[in-house]
Each structure stands twice: as structure tokens, then as C-alpha cells.
Design a protein around this ligand. Structure first.
Ligand SMILES: Nc1ncnc2c1ncn2[C@@H]1O[C@H](COP(=O)(O)OP(=O)(O)OP(=O)(O)O)[C@@H](O)[C@H]1O
Length: 203
């Protein structure tokens, strides 16, 4: 079964690093484990402290990653911060076949690739309050996972992503993550409304 033919199309969440998309989508998955699921990405970056292999990411060697690109195994893949990241077609297909709504956290180049591939999906962009880079910077610092170099790389990239988010017709909705609970409510509203569900499904 090709991805375009699946009945329940994935929801794709994107937005600049530090905007809070990981926080939002983890909450979605934790609150509704029977409804939503996310794929595990492949990456060539080293695990961060506290991350688990084959749970947080499939941590693989560069050569293996390149082999997967050659065999067209990814729906999208990108290089970011000197490392490669990708979402395999198989992981999306397996989850969708199991009846879950797939929610993906994908960066800008990946969104472009998925759009180009014509995958049937819903696109959500998470933006910082007022489109502010200062808020992103303080969230990235507050997270305590990035070096100064990594923070400045991410902020440069963030500028491009915010610009891209203004392109008409790319995203189905832009959600400003000012207050986390409000942003979360808007995200759930969008996903459930788009699926014609009035109330949230009972699990
Ligand atoms: N609405 C919010 N208000 C204040 N802080 C927030 C809010 N949303 C998220 N944060 C905090 O901002 C930091 C960055 O959030 P998160 O790690 O979810 O970002 P991200 O967009 O997934 O980044 P990356 O793409 O680098 O993984 C975290 O420390 C998180 O707790």
C-alpha cells in the first residue's frame, strides 16, 4: 500500500528548533496513546544523555543512512547541525496499517520533500509568540541541551523556517506557542476537526 492511498493521513508538525513542537507532540501522544503514534526517525547523530536506542531514534552509521537514501527508503531526509535525519516509509506504513493516526515532527526541508512527493498529509506549523527569535533563543538555552555553536546554528535556521512558514498554501494551520495549554488545545482542535470528529475519541 502506498502512503498516498492510506485512509488516515499523517499530521505533520514543523517549526523552528526550540519552539516547543516536541513538547506539544509528546503531550498528544501521551494523552492519547490509542489514537496517535509517531514514527521513530533514523539519525546519524550521537545519542544525547537519557536517549534510548530504537526508542528515541534509530541511531545508525552514515554509510547505512546513505544506503537507505539510495534504496529510496525515506519519505524525507535532511541534514541538520552536521547530522542526518530521516523518516522511513516503512515506519509510517506500519503504524497507519495498525490503525493509528501518525503524527510526525519534521523540519523544513523534510516538509518540502513530503509536499513534493505528494503525500496526503495535514501540515501544522508551530511558531514562537509573535514570530520572535528571542523567545526561541531563551527556550533553547532553557532546555540546556545545546552548545553555543548549536544554538546559533539553530537560530540561523529558524529565521529561514519562519520565512518559509509565510508561504501561502504550504501549511494548513499556524499555531503560535505562547501559552502551552492554549497551543495544545488549538493543535488538538485542528486534528480532530479536520477528521470530522466533534469530540475527542474515547479510548
Ligand atoms: N509555551 C511554552 N512556554 C514556555 N516554554 C516552552 C513552551 N513550549 C515549550 N517550551 C520549552 O521550550 C524548550 C524547547 O521546546 P522543545 O524541546 O519542545 O522544542 P522543539 O521545537 O521540539 O525543538 P527541537 O526541534 O530542537 O527538538 C523546552 O525546554 C520546553 O520545555
Amino acid at each position: 500500500m502506498s502512503i498516498a492511498q492510506t485512509e488516515t493521513s499523517p499530521t505533520i508538525i514543523s517549526g523552528p528548533s526550540g519552539v516547543g513542537k516536541g513538547t506539544l507532540y509528546k503531550r498528544l501522544l501521551t494523552d492519547h496513546p490509542g489514537v496517535f503514534a509517531t514514527t521513530i526517525s533514523h539519525t546519524t547523530r550521537a545519542p544525547r544523555p537519557g536517549e534510548t536506542r530504537d526508542v528515541d531514534y534509530y541511531f545508525i552509521e552514515k554509510s547505512e543512512f546513505e544506503g537507505m537514501i539510495d534504496s529510496n527508503a525515506f519519505v524525507e531526509h535532511a541534514q541538520f547541525g552536521g547530522n542526518r535525519y530521516g523518516t522511513s516509509k516503512k515506519t509510517i506504513e506500519d503504524l497507519t496499517a495498525s490503525g493509528k493516526i501518525v503524527v510526525l515532527d519534521i523540519e523544513m526541508e523534510g516538509v518540502k520533500q513530503i509536499k513534493m512527493a505528494g503525500m496526503n498529509a495535514r501540515y501544522v506549523f508551530i511558531a514562537p509568540p509573535g514570530g520572535s527569535l528571542e523567545v526561541l533563543e531563551s527556550r533553547l538555552r532553557g532546555r540546556g541541551t545545546e552548545t553555543e555553536e548549536s544554538i546559533s546554528k539553530r537560530l540561523k535556521q529558524a529565521e529561514k523556517e519562519l520565512e518559509f512558514s509565510k508561504t501561502v498554501g504550504v501549511h494548513d494551520v499556524v499555531i503560535y506557542n505562547d501559552d502551552l495549554d492554549t497551543a495544545y488545545a488549538e493543535l488538538k482542535d485542528f486534528i480532530f476537526k479536520e477528521r470530522g470528529v466533534q469530540d475527542q475519541p474515547v479510548e
